[in-house]
Design a protein around this ligand. Structure first.
Ligand code: FAD
Length: 448
């Protein structure tokens, strides 16, 4: 008789949980996974995937306008939100099915309900059952923070934004991070009047300063409004549905929707972790060691709930490392150095490695190389939007320690170039590569 019902019980079928359960099962473990919303988690259901599809949809606004300069006679165009929304949601449902099938193919039992921790080896299910497992993996992700002020309940978060009945003619977006900036670009391209409201005077904290400035300048030129150092006092809703946002130091702003994108809090509330002595930090994140083990040695955690790097590929790697280490007899740790990341704004930006500021704090001498240019396509289109690429180089070793780009296709180009940064190639190695002409990416090997 097995000591426990399962070798592994995973709470949360998102990026980290799905990978961990599939790999653990492939290593021969008996695995169950509980999901209270939809299999696929934030990324597939209400994060990266639907967002990126909206980004593609939004970009047509510029492509259609530019096409005329390239000889195309484009008849009057009109954007239909309901068509895009429904097509995106259909695609999300298709992916949800694929994720479930994949788990079932690996004989992972999917339990479609909320699960909480009842003890070091015990899990309580919402239907009242209790099951046991040799190991529990907490992969519950994070949830959007909703601020607390009068009328905040009239706002929405990224959870609801993909389901809007109608395109808001005017939208206020609270926050300065990547999600806020991405939705600002999306709604602006769709034709909404966008006002960004930020508590500080900085957007995209952590990204290279020159790129943040460039995005801000381009966004303002496009017509996105920014209110800096502004805090919400209240939101009032009129009978016709109009929202009025009252902010410190600004005139009231009328809008059809207010989107809060002010951060994401690890999903540990009410999870019962105290029943197993699992330590949580002051931000609500499960505290884990380099092997994803919590302060209770039968309970591990991966992904956003640990608040290390809240990105899908990181959650997937942590899930894989956990499963290989515990069930595959192959101890593996995630390397957190040089993780590339992107903001799918209009235009997008991306970076890997140290910013110039970080490099100057850490290294003796730093050299930077920049290319500030207008792409051929933008020149012919009459679009006055400049790209900016920046290489940050260790002046002592010549190693490229950071690469930052804003401009068309920056994330696509950066993913490939990140291999060179991760491999610790030198500036001389970049210079030795012959340019591929005419491309934007050739700037990477032409910076002198
Ligand atoms: P999640 O994917 O959030 O999965 C956790 C799952 O656990 C959820 O399905 C939840 O319903 C379930 N759950 C929670 N509690 C319980 C419980 N008690 N019982 C049962 N089930 C439970 N990352 C990128 O890398 N690139 C991007 O472009 C990107 N864009 C994003 C855009 C938006 C709008 C958002 C919100 C996020 C974006 N992210 C992006 C972040 C990415 O989605 C997360 O980093 C990733 O999903 C984390 O994976 P996870 O496995 O930790 O958690």
């Amino acid at each position: 008789m097995a000591k426990y019902d399962y070798d592994l019980f995973v709470i949360g079928a998102g990026s980290g949980g799905v990978r961990a359960s599939r790999v653990a099962a492939a290593h021969g473990a008996k695995v169950a996974i509980a999901e209270e919303h939809k299999v696929g988690g934030t990324c597939v259901i209400r994060g990266c995937v639907p967002k990126k599809l909206l980004v593609y949809g939004a970009h047509f606004a510029e492509d259609l306008a530019d096409a005329r300069r390239f000889g195309w006679e484009v008849p009057e165009t009109r954007f239909n939100w309901a068509t895009l929304r429904d097509n995106v949601l259909t695609e999300v449902t298709r992916l949800e099915g694929l994720y479930s099938e994949n788990l079932e193919r690996h004989e992972v039992e999917i339990i479609k309900q909320r699960a909480t921790v009842a003890g070091p080896h015990e899990i309580a299910l919402a239907d009242g059952r209790t099951v046991t497992a040799g190991r529990i993996l907490v992969a519950t992700g994070a949830t959007p923070v909703v601020p607390d002020f009068p009328g905040a309940e009239h706002g929405i978060t990224s959870n609801e934004v993909f389901h809007l009945d109608a395109l808001p003619k005017r939208i206020v977006i609270a926050g300065g991070g990547y999600i806020a900036n991405e939705f600002a670009g999306i709604f602006h391209e769709f034709g909404s009047k966008v006002t960004m409201v930020n508590r500080s005077d900085i957007i995209l904290r952590g990204y290279e300063e020159a790129l943040r400035d460039r995005l801000l300048q381009i966004s303002i030129t496009k017509g996105i409004d920014f209110k800096f150092n502004a805090a919400f006092e209240k939101i009032e809703k009129a009978e016709d549905g109009t929202l009025t946002a009252y902010l410190t130091g600004c005139d009231p702003i009328e809008a059809d929707a207010v989107l809060f994108a002010i951060g994401r809090r690890p999903n540990t509330d009410g999870l019962g972790l105290e029943n197993a002595g699992v330590r949580i930090d002051d931000k609500g994140a499960v505290v884990v060691d380099a092997d994803n083990m919590s302060s209770c040695d039968s309970i591990h955690a991966v992904g956003d709930v640990t608040n290390r790097v809240q990105l899908t590929p990181v959650a997937i790697r942590e899930g894989q490392a956990f499963a290989d280490t515990i069930f595959g007899d192959n101890p593996t740790r995630v390397d957190y150095e040089n993780i590339p990341s992107a903001v799918f704004s209009h235009p997008p930006l991306a970076g890997v490695g140290l910013t110039e500021g970080q490099a100057r704090d850490r290294l003796g001498t730093v050299k930077t190389y920049t290319s500030d240019f207008r792409s051929m396509k933008n020149v012919l289109a009459g679009r006055n939007e400049r790209s900016l690429y920046k290489l940050v180089v260790d002046g002592t070793t010549d190693e490229v320690v950071g690469l930052h780009m804003i401009g068309p296709d920056a994330p696509e180009i950066l993913q490939a170039a990140a291999i060179a940064v991760k491999a610790k190639l030198k500036k001389a190695d970049f210079d030795a590569v012959v340019a591929l002409h005419p491309t934007m990416a050739e700037e990477l090997v032409l910076m002198r």
